[in-house]
Design a protein around this ligand. Structure first.
Ligand SMILES: [Zn+2]
Length: 182
C-alpha cells in the first residue's frame, strides 16, 4: 500500500525528519540574558556595579535599543537605562566591562532560553568563544541568526569552549551568552 503512495509518503517523512533536526539544533544551545539576580541588585541599588547612577530614559525610536534583560528591541515609550556590566562571572584579564541597555524597572526577562532571540536574528554579530578560565579561545563574525546558531554549535562541540559571547561587531557591546544546555 505504501509503495503506491511513495510520492506522498516521502515528503511527509521528510517534513518529520526536518522537524526533528530543528528540535535537535535548538536544544544544542542555551541563551542567557542578564541574570535576574544581577538585574535586581542593580535596580535596587539605583546604580550599576561600577558606580554609575541608573538613569531612566524613554525610548523615542524603535530598532536601536537591544535590551539585555529581555533579549528584544525596546519599544517606543519604554523606560530603559544604560549601565556598565561585566558579563563574565569568572573574572580575570579578559572579563570586559561595557555598556548594555536594560529595562529601568523589573521586567519579564527572556522567556525562551532554548532559542536564539528573534529580535537579534538580523544582527551581524561578533561571537567570542571563551574557556572555563575566562580566556578567549576563538572568535568569528556571523551575518545573521542562522549563521550564529551554526557557529555556536561548532564552538560548543569543542571541549575547550565553555561559553560564547555575542557582541556588536563595531562597538563590541555585549548582547548575551550562549552555553550548552544544562
Ligand atoms: Zn527587560
Amino acid at each position: 500500500m505504501v509503495l503506491n503512495e511513495v510520492g506522498k509518503a516521502l515528503p511527509t517523512h521528510g517534513r518529520r525528519l526536518e522537524k526533528d533536526i530543528m528540535c535537535m539544533t535548538t536544544s544544542l544551545l542555551r541563551v542567557d540574558a542578564l541574570p535576574p539576580d544581577d538585574l535586581a541588585r542593580i535596580r535596587n541599588q539605583g546604580a550599576d556595579d561600577f558606580g554609575n547612577q541608573l538613569v531612566a530614559m524613554i525610548v523615542d525610536s524603535a530598532g536601536g535599543t537591544p535590551l539585555r534583560c529581555c533579549l528584544r528591541e525596546a519599544r517606543v515609550g519604554e523606560q530603559v537605562a544604560l549601565i556598565a556590566y561585566q558579563p563574565s562571572r569568572v573574572g580575570g584579564p579578559y572579563a570586559e566591562v561595557g555598556p548594555v541597555f536594560i529595562h529601568a524597572a523589573a521586567c519579564a526577562g527572556y522567556a525562551a532560553p532554548d532559542r536564539y532571540p528573534d529580535d537579534f536574528r538580523s544582527r551581524r554579530q561578533l561571537l567570542r568563544a571563551y574557556g572555563a578560565d575566562g580566556g578567549i579561545v576563538d572568535a568569528t563574525i556571523v551575518e545573521n541568526g542562522d549563521q550564529a546558531e551554526e557557529a555556536c554549535a561548532a564552538f560548543l562541540a569543542r571541549p575547550a569552549v565553555a561559553y560564547i559571547h555575542s557582541r556588536n561587531v563595531l562597538h563590541g557591546c555585549y548582547m548575551f551568552t550562549v552555553r550548552r544546555p544544562a
